[in-house]
Design a protein around this ligand. Sequence first.
Ligand code: ZN
Length: 430
Amino acid sequence: MRTNRFMPEYKTAEELQNLQLKGLQWTVGHACKGSARYQKRLLDAGIGPQDIHSLDDLRHLPFTTADDLQEGYPFPLVCVPFDKVVRIHASSGTTGKRKVLCYTQKDIDDWAYFFARCFEMAELSREDRVQIAVGYGVWTAGVGFQLGCEKFGAMAVPVGPGNMDMQCQFLVDFESTVMCCTASMGLLLAEEVNRRGIGDKIKLKKMIFGSERSSEAMRARMRELLGLEHMFDIPGMTELYGPGTGLDCVHHTGIHYWADYYILETVDPETLAPSPEGEIGEMVVTSLRKEGVPLIRYRTRDLTRLLPGECPCGSPLPRHDRLLGRTDDMIIFRGVNMYPRTIDKILSATEGISCEYQIVLERGSDGKEYMTVKAERDQSVDASQNENLSRKIASQIKHSILVSATVQVVDYGSLPRSERKSRRVLDNRN
Ligand code: ZN
């Protein structure tokens, strides 16, 4: 049963709106006062703190982008004096210069509080033992999990990523019940536990995945090998505190997000018009209490959609879908816009196919673009099925994205695996 130590106090949609409006007014005022860049941006847009009368006014506020956080390197958009800054974190900077974010003590306290809410949402108890196998350091992940776990009151086992020997040993010796890691690492661990035959010596019940999407097939494999009860997706980005800004509940109907800490909008990445509820758009966030570096309509480049209706768990916290890709993951192949996730979904739904795959894009000597999808055959299926499976997948791809792909079914275990995020799209066209 879920306790209610870290859940929001509001009960109705109206109470939430009032709370968000107050937070929005405070944020715009704070940003305008604290940062010359924000002040100028608001002035250019002809809107100030005094103009925010309702949540609809959010739409008139200018967007903030990754550029705004990179151009002011090393300390962009800081809105408090430096004697109030108690910590910095940086994003790993997959594209361009890294983004450095400043935190006040209140920011850290807020983060720990709502991260504890993640563990509550996942229905952990204080008796749980949480093995934290994500990176520690200047990146936000590890320390966020750690703070949240301690605040919640469960036992943290801070291991960091990799080191399968130690992970397996701790699972056995400390009887960890919860594992926090990337989905790729979770899969490696599951295979390792299976290989060592220690499945009956461990007490693992739940896994919480950060920073990487996991396919249905990966989840099915981990569930099977580890006997897991639940797997959760934890969203989060350094710009908005770090990981822990939401979690799916045990009904797994989407990610409940902390609407009392930030407003989530979805917009069309091309036109920037709001996407209708239920439709995929770019996730845009506005913080409501963040002091160090508040965010006003920050374009995250992540794609998701807001989910309508109420969750069976009855939580008043709204939901968004899992992250469905990055706006810059979009592949334009022969003039067609597509996301790797579509291929992922097709493969996951194909019986006899495992969860590792690769999409290779090339330009032929005729100047045309070619796509090859490499998919691993399931362990239980033999190679005589390759042709049959390839044909099935190719026809599904043609049917759902209207492009032709060459499909190669390869042996189980032959595609590269990584403890971090696996690279699944190889674009060799240029
Ligand atoms: Zn729920």
